[in-house]
Design a protein around this ligand. Structure first.
Ligand code: PGA
Length: 249
């Protein structure tokens, strides 16, 4: 059975001091829930401190990006072994903000996914359509192509280590959540796309999150859908009580 995986995405928020404050407050309210995994993806600068703060709590720590090479002349970049060395568990790959503002492409997403797997990091690969694409009715073509491109050269044995996050761009940070029906429909489509490549049995092992304005008030409806295995949570993961409200939906 797939566990529900709730991961916070802090984006470019929180200094080390603020991250530590969050962790200390969160540990006071957080209790592990059966069959539920929890992590926080924080800015690089806070990862090492956060890892120490969450020690023994079962809460994982994730980065929000990485480079696909191990080392070299890539000024300003961080590699998978560097993340691994400080105990990072997960890495978000191909978030729409990175695709939109930082030149992330399906090709770099694929390279990063393979590198994360090689390094033993848990990849969280983001896909999702824009408002224009949804209004034009091309969302399934677009997301299907993103999923296929991400999986290029990835072997079936690795599928259970991967989290696919469906994040419609029009729902990110807008307060406009996809309906549970829309989110379930796309997550089922993503699983079917994986099944076409790897077979149904392997596709059943893929963790698929929904992301986009998830909050305590809509978490239950989204997270009880059959193909939605978790949530990638932006704004509502910045406050311990809200994040806990989603985890404990
Ligand atoms: P949001 O962001 O929850 O603030 O909409 C989600 C995300 O971008 O991962």
């Amino acid at each position: 059975m797939r566990k529900k995986f709730i991961c916070g995405n802090w984006k470019m928020n929180k200094t080390v001091e603020e991250a530590v404050l969050f962790a200390n407050e969160f540990r006071q309210i957080y209790m592990p829930v059966a069959n539920r995994k929890v992590a926080v993806a924080a800015p690089f600068t806070a990862l090492f401190s956060l890892k120490l703060c969450f020690e023994g709590s079962g809460v994982g720590v994730g980065a929000q990006n990485m480079h696909f090479e191990d080392s070299g002349a890539f000024t300003g970049e961080i590699s998978a072994p560097m993340l691994k060395e400080i105990g990072v568990d997960y890495v978000i790959i191909g978030h729409s903000e990175r695709r939109q503002y930082f030149g992330e492409t399906d090709e770099t997403v694929n390279k990063k996914l393979k590198k994360a797997l090689e390094a033993g990091l848990g990849p969280i690969v983001c896909v999702g359509e824009s408002l224009e694409q949804r209004e034009a009715g091309t969302q399934f073509d677009l997301v299907g192509a993103q999923v296929k491109a991400a999986f290029e050269g990835v072997v079936a044995e690795d599928i259970e280590k991967i989290t696919l996050a469906y994040e419609p761009i029009w729902a990110i940070g807008t307060g406009r959540t996809a309906t549970a029906e829309q989110a379930q429909e796309m997550c089922a489509f993503i699983r079917k796309t994986a099944a076409n490549i790897y077979g149904a049995e392997t596709a059943e092992k893929l963790t698929i999150q929904y992301g986009g304005s998830v909050k305590p008030s809509n978490a239950a409806e989204l997270l009880t859908q059959p193909d939605i295995d978790g949530a990638l949570v932006g704004g509502a993961s910045l406050k311990p009580a809200d994040f806990w409200g989603i985890i404990n939906y």
